[in-house]
Design a protein. Structure first.
Lengths: 100, 679, 542, 507, 168
């Protein structure tokens, strides 16, 4: 008998931690991980609503999010590698050639 | 007589101007002067014919011609229209007659000048505008002539444009005249407002019944007249105008143009008669100017300047006459003045010519024998202006003084007293000029003159046309061009002098008042024009209680007193004048500096105006506010822009921070935002 | 085939075709090919514009040579062009100034001639478009378009290093208010569903545009401010000096005045009669202040072009003053003065350009004593200056006289005060113009002329100046030829805005000066000149 | 042809072409030019454009087509965007044929990525199912992430790519969250069903939250303030033709999605989102224009300008009803034409090496590259909104829609903004045409791409964009007609089919 | 039962997430993320999404995270340095994140009753799984997205190749 709202709040907590991690972390890979964390939070929301509405489409959505996350991971990590090659750093604070 | 010939009167000189102005440079000098003379003589002939016609029995009081409209908008129309009545006729006679004589004189006087063709083109242009002025049948057309003669005056004063003083004087003349025109324009606007027309006939026909601000209109017109006729406070340009060649001074700045103001006031007498205040102002201005200019004239050394101040002073007389509603007296004096002042200037020109350009009276003297014709003609002029009977000005000046005395003007007696005092001063300074120039010892260096070098005037050293024209700054340069000893002028120059001298003597006889047994034909002649005045004094009403003879005696006495004073100071004991000047040093200095009027104008009006323009308008408002508003807007936009730039730190984390903040804001707004349409 | 149907489109298209032709002709160093082609096209345009006055029906105040075709049907936007008494002469004027501009650039523009003439012709297209458009959308198109070639001309051919800044400044000053103008126009469109000026004017006359007076008021302000900046009217002239100082002669000739003033007359007065009347006292005051302000500033300039720019400000302020008096005299005079101002300004700037070509400076202190060297130039210069200061018998006088007269007859607040203030401009203008002449042409030979040998006007330069000078004289003497068209507009506009006050002005029949006893038929003189001139003071309205 | 296939036709053609490109790529020797692949891609894109036009003819006759269980809907609205995207891609491909110089490989992949990415964009515009939208969005996003970092040699390229990727994913998470909440509020992810569900939802707060999240996610994609921060950096680092592409086509698609979701998904909350969009529009216009004022890098400046243009476009959203949609579609088209054109010119002028970057580098360019300068000037004028260009008519249409709906002050702000905007466009414009200061050459010839005559393809592309920009300004009638017709469609889109019916109840 | 699962794994997920936040070495963070994912898998299962639970473990925790760890290893990423990058992230971002959380929580709590609760036993008591329904929907009404995902994956491969390949 757990209220759906609790699941949602749990998801919100994770989502917010994800945002916070994006803001605080300096390592590009960790920042990327925090995005994954946010996506997971959204997934939890989907599943909770899916449960609430008795509809599988929410779950299918999660399934697609996983696929997309995987694809993004592939591309994102490739980008990170490319960046590392040209800059020799993973610290986002040093990735600010372009500004203003 | 075909009235369309009226068009020709001004247009012929204009044709002369066009011919000489465009191709004159390529023509030989005789051709230039022939053209100019021809196109000046022809109008004179026409005017003579007109005169004969108008004098003949049964002739209309006025003839007029009207052209197609010049300005035509709904509700307001101005045509080119000329009209000739007796007033115009006198003016036409003066302008064409004196004008022609001066043209003749110039042909010789300017013979050596490089800008010969230009000079005659300008002179013809002046004739055109002056004739338009006097022929005009509407205020606007009169204004055309008014401005036009100002233009011609500007061009002729600045004829020796390479000389800064000449260019300055021309500019000053034009601008000061423009101040007068400012008043004239405003007066015209008021006339349109209240009469719906600028035609003399229309306006004057409605004046008796109309309720218009006549005082305002008249005062504005007076401002215009004061500018043109060199009255206080706008007289300052006329003395400077002597920078122009002497014939110009004679024609424009003595005989014709400067009298336009008097002509205009006389022409508008219907308006002035409705406003006693304006008349009073006119009279006061006239009297004050007459006195002021006469006092200054006493201490001038430049022969032309003496004459210039005398012109201002005489114009003051005419103004005063207008101010006491003695318009025909004013016009009478205008006419005689045209004769004798033109004569004086031309004779002065002859003197200058004789001395190869020298104008300073202090280095003249004893010329009586050397240039006898000039001397005798000049003498006629001097006696005329001094008011010695029976010379012309005696009658006209006397008429003015008499009219002032008997007028119902509250200041009548004072005006008369000022007039008499001025008459004394006039006589004094004119005889001073006469004595200093023609009598006494020779004060010039004849050898130097013979070699073309003046001990006094450094500006006569370079001969025109022989050196770089741009560096040649000549004063009446035609004179310096042929350095030789003191000599009498050619007969071409002397002939006009003689003719004018004759007129200076007999010119006043047409207006001998009844008191002296005359018929005052002049006044009768003008009667149709000034018919609103009370009926003329007829012999039946004549009585010996009339003060005219006594007044005349007083003014003759004043003139003789002036002669005597000048005789004592400048002939009998020439040193006494300078002693007197030393004794009364402050007064002398005040007079010789012309009451510091130019300086006061400079310091009070022009200087502050320029400073205000430069610093307040140019600096504070234009650079500060107008430009500053733009740049302030620009820089504030840039400031905001740099804020936006600072948002863009280049750091991904800060970008995410903005995103998060923005997201929070959007969510917040969506949930709790203002929803005007939503409960 | 009746050319009336397409003459306006032809006038509009000819320079456009010219620009296109020029754009495809390769440019070679030192070649005058582009000059000639531009000259041919501008002359062709002039020729076409001359059709207008010759076949114009002068009695009618309606739009003529009208064409109205659907353009963007979905939004009721039409290609609607036509001219009336206000715009007809302006079109001719634009046609006239273009060849003169080309001639004035003959030697001044040596490099990048293609760019120059393409832009120049485009500028002409835009200006003609502005004058003939009767559809608000079409009008706005040309209005904004007119900014572009000018901006580029200034940026490309500006004289000093400041040119880029000046160009941007000009554009910004003109564009930002125009953007707000667009809001006003769209608002009108939304309210009425039409962009057609004729329809809108009819609606405005019936007060049927919007019952919301407040919105209407704001809308009229949007219009007025956009136009006033372009004119420029006194405090909004921040762009002007820099632009004039930088721009090449041919561009300056068409830079100031007529577009904005025309637009005020056409659109502000046509669409917002009541609002315009409301704001008239302010504009009259600004006009009068602008006259004096411009004149006083001109008095203290050392740079010839800056002086000319302030004198231009003074002159356009005259016109603004005149049209906002809402009197026939003021509006007629103002409209006529637009023509005069353009011609005089053109002549003045051409002359300054010629001086610059010879001596390479606009600094007056470097000049002096040129009159002896360039008699023809000084003649043209003096004539132009005299026309500018309003010497009678030259064109400037008639405009200024009617304007000031209108100001005096107006019933706006404090009109007498402003008339007096404005009339002082007559004094001041002569002061600065004559001072300029003196400093440039009179006195001793100046620094620059002493170093450089100049030459008097060449045949081509005579060709540039002679038509202008001739026009000064002709327009000064025969103004009714122009005025009869302008007056139809004046009547229509002033009537609507200001009901005649029959009590104030008395109806006066003009009469001839001659007495009945005259032996001459007074008409005789008139007949001899070709046409009787019966005075036609039908109902004195001012 | 089955309906399903017909609804997919353009996407299908693009996909197949992309696969062909990838298949042929290894067959070309490493050192050889990849141009044939480019031509293939161009051919495929053109074909898909024709297919989209064919779809338009079909829908003209039969009305909207739906396919694949109602996940996609082909109507005038989607076809309009299909055509637009196809056109943008076509022009970009033509313009970038010569862009990749030989030592730089991956030209084949570039063409394939562009093709696949445009497939995703097309899917976005035609789908009425949020899952499909999401997948399409990811396809287009990921391909643009990659394309942004294509000039790997430049340090800025990978940085640009990384920033875009990280922040894009961050925003995607929000978008996704929005979809989740939407699903939570209505029990469906089909747009039509959402609209129905919202009518009687128990949890309107959730729906509002969903609305906010979706606006955030899509706001990021269209680079509307305050979600614009990535734009300048990414545009600056990315290759010019790619910027041209990604500032227009994905944006157009995102706008299409936003239009569909807002107008047909959330019509009930119109007042609520209208105010929100109002604010975002004002903020975007203002920040975009102010930010651009001080820029010296041309691409960065144009990036800010694209933020501002997103703001102008959003103005149209606030005009309720068909007017707004029509205006938004029209503006998208004009914006695409002029912006792609501008970036193509930049690419042609500065080349792959990007020799000319700052405004000063362009000083006096008109003397050296007259045609390109004239074209750039023309595009800049259109961006300013000078009449007789598409930019003007678009702006005019947008603001007249806004005024029509009573948003006069929004129009005033917007147009005042466009006044500010002209300052920075003019700086570039004036620089192009100013004579360079003598003695101080702006850019040495070496850093510039050699002043070659650009290839016929690029010339064609430039001519096409310029003509389109001009035509949209002078004869906007046809496009206007189309957008006005389609403007009624999003509101009726999506017949709720399978998804709206409660799925199998587990019990 | 369910509440116990929720509390335990929910707490675990939050703690692991916080650990991700506070760990300075990326490997530690990665492992924390794995813990989060595992916990979520349990929660999915408790909400009746068995298939997702499995997929979460296999795809996410298994494949994706391995990739992460691999890259961390490949790039030899060490502990992150303390650099002073952005104040905005702290000044604007953290309050923003907090505000987002508060707003979300506010909405969820406000609608707590309307959202209802999980049925005790729900899927857990059901003998059948929902995989059939899932696959039915996936291959009928959501067939197109499923197919189109292949393009996505293709792009990902392409991109990875393009970006990660060393230039000559």
């Amino acid at each position: 008998m757990v209220p759906i709202a609790y699941y949602l709040i749990l998801a919100a907590i994770l989502f917010s931690i994800g945002i916070a991690a994006f803001l605080i972390k300096r390592n590009v890979i960790t920042i990327f991980m925090s995005i994954e964390l946010m996506l997971n939070a959204v997934n939890l929301t989907f599943v909770a609503f899916s449960h609430m509405w008795h509809q599988v489409s929410g779950q299918i959505f999660v399934f697609f999010v996983m696929v997309v996350a995987a694809a993004e991971a592939a591309v994102g990590l490739a980008i990170i590698i490319a960046l590392f090659r040209s800059r020799q750093t993973l610290n986002v604070d040093q990735v600010n050639l372009m500004r203003n | 007589m075909n009235p369309n010939l009226l068009w020709l009167i001004p247009l012929l000189p204009f044709a002369g101007f066009l011919i000489n102005g465009t191709i004159g440079r390529k023509l030989p000098r005789p051709a230039v002067s022939a053209i100019a003379l021809l196109f000046t003589a022809a109008p004179a002939v026409l005017v003579a014919q007109l005169w004969l016609y108008m004098k003949s029995a049964g002739a209309p009081d006025a003839i007029s011609v009207v052209s197609r409209p010049w300005i035509a908008i709904t509700g307001f129309q101005v045509n080119f229209s000329f009209a000739v009545d007796h007033l115009t006729l006198i003016m036409l006679g003066v302008v064409t007659g004196v004008g022609f004589l001066i043209h003749v004189y110039s042909a010789s006087y300017m013979a050596e000048d490089e800008g010969y063709w230009r000079f005659f083109a300008y002179l013809n242009l002046f004739m055109f505008f002056m004739l338009v002025l006097v022929l005009a049948e509407s205020f606007l057309l009169l204004f055309v002539g008014w401005e036009g003669v100002g233009l011609a005056s500007y061009l002729l004063i600045g004829f020796y444009f390479t000389k800064d003083s000449a260019a300055n004087a021309g500019k000053k003349a034009f601008i000061v005249n423009r101040i007068g025109d400012f008043g004239f324009l405003l007066a015209m606007f008021l006339l349109i407002q209240h009469f719906g027309s600028l035609s003399f006939s229309t306006v004057f026909a409605h004046v008796p019944t109309a309720a218009a601000p006549f005082t305002a209109i008249c005062l504005l017109l007076v401002l215009g007249a004061a500018g043109k006729s060199a009255q206080i406070p706008l007289y300052v340009w006329l003395p400077d105008a002597m920078e122009g060649p002497t014939p110009v001074s004679a024609l424009i700045h003595a005989a014709t143009m400067v009298t336009a103001g008097i002509y205009m006031v006389a022409r508008c007498h219907v308006l002035f008669d409705r406003s006693p205040t304006a008349l009073l102002v006119v009279a006061c201005i006239g009297a004050a100017t007459a006195l002021l200019a006469a006092t200054i004239g006493m201490v001038q050394h430049d022969i032309k300047r003496v004459l210039a101040y005398s012109t201002v002073s005489q114009l003051g007389y005419m103004f005063m006459a207008c101010g006491v509603a003695a318009y025909s007296a004013a016009i009478f004096h205008l006419m005689t003045h045209a004769f004798f002042k033109a004569l004086l200037f031309l004779a002065a020109g002859s003197v200058i010519h004789a001395l190869s350009g020298e104008q300073d009276m202090r280095v003249m003297g004893g010329l009586r024998k050397r240039i006898p014709v000039t001397f005798w003609t000049m003498t006629a002029g001097v006696f005329a202006i001094a008011g010695i009977p029976p010379f012309a000005a005696f009658f006209s000046k006397d008429e003015i003084l008499y009219q002032a005395f008997i007028s119902n003007n509250p200041l009548a007696k004072l005006l008369w007293a000022v007039g008499v005092l001025t008459a004394f001063l006039t006589s004094f300074y004119m005889f001073r000029l006469w004595f200093k120039t023609f009598f006494g010892a020779r004060r010039f260096d004849e050898d130097a003159l013979a070699h073309g070098q003046s001990t006094h005037a450094p500006h006569t050293d370079a001969a025109q046309g022989t050196s770089d024209p741009s560096t040649t700054a000549e004063h009446d340069s035609g004179q310096a061009a042929h350095p030789h000893g003191v000599h009498e002028s050619s007969w071409i120059m002397l002939l006009p002098l003689v003719i004018l001298a004759v007129f200076s003597i007999i010119g006043g006889w047409v207006g001998i008042p009844l008191a002296f047994g005359g018929h005052n034909e002049f006044e009768h002649f003008l009667h149709p024009v000034f018919s609103t005045l009370p009926e003329l004094v007829t012999p039946e009403h004549f009585s010996f209680r009339d003060p005219e003879p006594i007044l005349a005696l007083i003014s003759i006495a004043a003139a003789l007193l002036g002669l005597l004073a000048a005789y004592v100071l400048y002939f009998r004991s020439p040193g006494r004048a300078s002693d007197l000047a030393l004794k009364a040093r402050p007064v002398y200095s005040l007079l010789s500096h012309k009451y510091w009027v130019d300086e006061i104008y400079g310091a009070v009006l022009i200087g502050p105006l320029l400073a205000f323009s430069r610093f307040v308008l140019g600096g504070l408002i234009d650079a500060g506010l107008v430009q500053g508003a733009g740049s302030a807007a620009g820089s504030s936009a840039r400031g905001l822009g740099s804020l936006v730039r600072r948002m863009q730190s280049g750091n991904i984390r800060s970008y995410a921070g903005w995103l998060a903040l923005g997201a929070a804001a959007v969510i917040l707004f969506t949930l709790f935002g203002l929803h005007p349409f939503h409960p | 085939m009746n050319p009336d149907r397409f003459i306006l489109s032809l006038i509009l298209l000819t320079p456009l075709v010219g620009a296109a032709v020029l754009a495809f002709i390769p440019e070679r160093e030192g070649s005058k090919k582009h000059h000639w082609i531009a000259l041919v096209f501008t002359l062709l345009t002039l020729l076409f514009t001359l059709h207008l006055p010759f076949y114009y029906i002068y009695g009618s105040g309606a739009f003529q040579y009208e064409v109205s075709l659907p353009w963007i049907a979905n939004l009721a936007i039409r290609y609607h062009v036509g001219v009336d008494g206000l715009s007809m002469w302006l079109v001719v004027l634009t046609g006239l100034l273009a060849p003169l501009g080309v001639l004035a650039s003959w030697n001044a523009i040596k490099t990048r001639t293609k760019t120059f003439f393409v832009l120049f012709l485009l500028q002409q297209v835009a200006m003609i478009g502005i004058f003939i458009s009767l559809d608000l959308f079409l009008y706005y198109g040309f209005w904004e378009l007119s900014l572009v070639p000018m901006t580029l001309l200034i940026a490309t051919f500006g004289r000093t290093e400041n040119r880029r800044r000046a160009a941007i400044k000009y554009f910004l000053y003109a564009f930002i208010p125009s953007a707000i103008l667009l809001v006003g126009m769209i608002w009108l469109y939304v309210r009425t569903g039409t962009f057609d000026f004729v329809n809108l004017q009819a609606l405005a006359a019936q007060h049927a545009i919007s019952p919301n007076g407040h919105a209407l008021w704001l809308c009229s302000l949007a219009f007025l401010i956009a136009f006033a900046v372009k004119v420029p009217i006194f405090p909004l002239h921040g762009w002007m000096t820099d632009a004039i100082v930088e721009a090449p002669t041919a561009a300056v000739m068409v830079l100031v005045g007529k577009l904005g003033l025309y637009s005020i007359l056409r659109f502000s007065f046509g669409l917002f009669p009541d609002e315009s009347r409301h704001i008239a006292p302010l504009l009259v005051a600004l006009g009068a202040i602008g006259i004096v302000y411009g004149a006083l500033n001109a008095l203290v300039q050392n740079d010839l072009k800056r002086l000319a720019s302030f004198s231009t400000l003074s002159h356009v302020s005259f016109i603004a003053l005149g049209i906002f008096t809402f009197t026939i005299s003021g509006i007629d005079g103002g409209t006529f003065q637009i023509l005069n101002e353009s011609l005089i300004g053109a002549a003045l700037f051409i002359l300054l350009g010629l001086l610059y070509e010879r001596y390479g400076t606009y600094n007056m202190q470097d000049y002096g004593g040129l009159a002896a060297r360039h008699p023809w130039m000084v003649t043209a210069f003096v004539l132009t200056s005299l026309a500018a200061v309003g010497l009678p018998m030259l064109n400037g006088f008639i405009g200024e006289f009617l304007i000031l007269n209108g100001a005096m007859q107006s019933i706006t607040k404090h009109h007498v005060l402003w008339t007096v203030v404005a009339t002082t401009g007559v004094i001041l203008s002569s002061a600065y113009m004559l001072w300029m002449i003196q400093r440039v042409f009179y006195g001793k030979l100046g620094v620059r002329p002493a170093e450089v040998t100049g030459w008097d006007l060449t045949a081509r330069e005579h060709l540039e100046l002679c038509p202008l000078v001739a026009l000064f004289l002709i327009m000064g003497v025969a103004s009714p030829f122009w005025m009869k068209a302008i007056d139809t507009f004046g009547i229509a506009t002033a009537d609507k805005l200001l009901a005649p006050n029959p009590g104030k002005f008395r109806h006066i029949e003009a009469e001839t000066y001659s007495r009945p006893t005259s032996f001459v038929d007074p008409k005789l003189g008139a007949d001899a000149l070709g046409k009787p001139a019966p005075p036609e003071n039908k109902g004195a309205r001012y | 042809m089955s309906t399903n296939l017909l609804t997919l036709l353009p996407e299908l053609i693009l996909t197949i072409t992309g696969i062909l490109v990838m298949l042929i790529e290894p067959l070309i020797a490493p050192g050889r030019s990849r141009k044939p692949l480019g031509w293939l891609a161009i051919f495929g894109t053109a074909l898909s454009g024709i297919a989209a036009y064919y779809q338009l003819q079909i829908t003209n006759r039969t009305g909207a087509l739906t396919g694949f269980y109602g996940t996609i809907q082909v109507d005038g609205f989607s076809v309009f965007f299909h055509l637009l995207i196809a056109a943008v891609v076509l022009v970009t491909l033509m313009g970038s044929l010569d862009y990749f110089e030989l030592p730089v490989t991956h030209a084949g992949e570039y063409f394939a990525l562009v093709l696949f990415g445009s497939t995703g964009m097309m899917f976005m515009t035609s789908s009425v199912e949020l899952l499909m939208v999401f997948v399409g969005l990811e396809i287009s996003s990921i391909s643009t992430y990659i394309l942004a970092g294509f000039r790997k040699a430049q340090a800025t390229a990978s940085e640009s790519s990384l920033k875009y990727f990280l922040l894009g994913s961050f925003a995607t998470a929000f978008f996704l969250y929005g979809i989740a909440l939407c699903f939570g509020a209505t029990g469906s992810t089909s747009i039509a069903a959402i609209a129905q569900g919202l009518a009687h939802t128990q949890t309107p707060l959730l729906a509002w939250l969903a609305l906010a999240m979706i606006v955030i996610g899509l706001g990021f994609k269209v680079s509307a303030a305050p979600f614009h921060v990535w734009t300048p950096d990414v545009y600056q680092g990315a290759p010019a033709p790619v910027v041209g592409l990604m500032s227009t086509a994905p944006k157009a698609a995102a706008f299409a999605v936003l239009l569909r979701i807002l107008y047909s998904g959330f019509p009930l909350y119109q007042q609520r989102w209208a105010v929100l969009i109002w604010l975002i529009a004002v903020l975007s216009m203002t920040i975009g224009n102010l930010g651009a004022l001080l820029q010296t890098d041309v691409k960065r400046m144009l990036a800010y300008s694209s933020i501002a243009h997103a703001g102008y476009l959003l103005v149209a959203f606030t005009a309720f009803g068909p007017d707004g949609i029509s205006a938004a579609c029209f503006y998208t088209a004009t914006y695409a034409a002029m912006n792609v054109g501008a970036f193509l010119v930049l690419g042609q002028i500065s080349g792959f090496g990007e020799g000319a970057r700052s405004i000063d580098d362009f000083t006096g360019m008109a003397a050296r590259r007259p045609v390109l300068s004239a074209l750039l000037a023309f595009f800049l004028l259109s961006l300013i909104g000078i009449p007789f260009t598409g930019g003007f008519f678009g702006k005019f249409y947008v603001f007249s829609a806004a005024i029509h709906s009573g948003n006069i002050w929004l129009a005033v702000i917007g147009l005042a903004n466009s006044g500010v905007a002209c300052f920075y466009y003019l700086r570039l414009l004036a620089a192009l045409y100013t004579r360079p200061v003598p003695g101080e050459s702006s850019v040495s010839g070496a850093t510039l791409a050699p002043a070659r005559i650009f290839s016929p393809a690029a010339g064609l592309a430039l001519a096409a964009t310029a003509l389109a920009t001009l035509a949209l300004g002078i004869f906007p009638g046809r496009i206007l007609h189309l957008t006005q017709r389609l403007s009624t469609e999003p509101a009726t889109s999506g017949t709720p089919q399978a998804l709206s019916a409660p799925s199998v109840d587990p019990r | 039962m369910q509440i116990a699962l929720f509390i335990i794994f929910g707490l675990l997920a939050v703690l692991a997430a916080l650990n991700l936040l506070f760990q300075r070495h990326p490997i530690n963070s990665a492992l924390s993320l794995v813990v989060v994912m595992m916990s979520l898998a349990v929660l999915y299962w408790s909400l009746g999404a068995e298939f997702l639970a499995a997929a979460q473990v296999i795809v996410y925790a298994g494949a994706v995270m391995v990739l992460f760890v691999f890259v961390v290893m490949l790039l030899n990423a060490g502990e992150e340095e303390r650099t002073h990058g952005s104040k905005v992230a702290y000044i604007a971002g953290i309050p923003g994140a907090a505000a987002i959380f508060c707003l979300l929580a506010f909405v969820f709590l406000k609608n707590k009753t309307a959202l209802g609760t999980t049925q005790l036993g729900g899927y857990l008591s059901s003998a059948t799984s929902n995989i059939r329904d899932l696959s039915h929907v996936l291959f009928t009404s959501l067939l197109l997205p499923f197919e189109v995902t292949s393009i996505l994956i293709l792009i990902a491969i392409l991109g990875a190749v393009v970006l990660a390949r060393k230039e000559l």
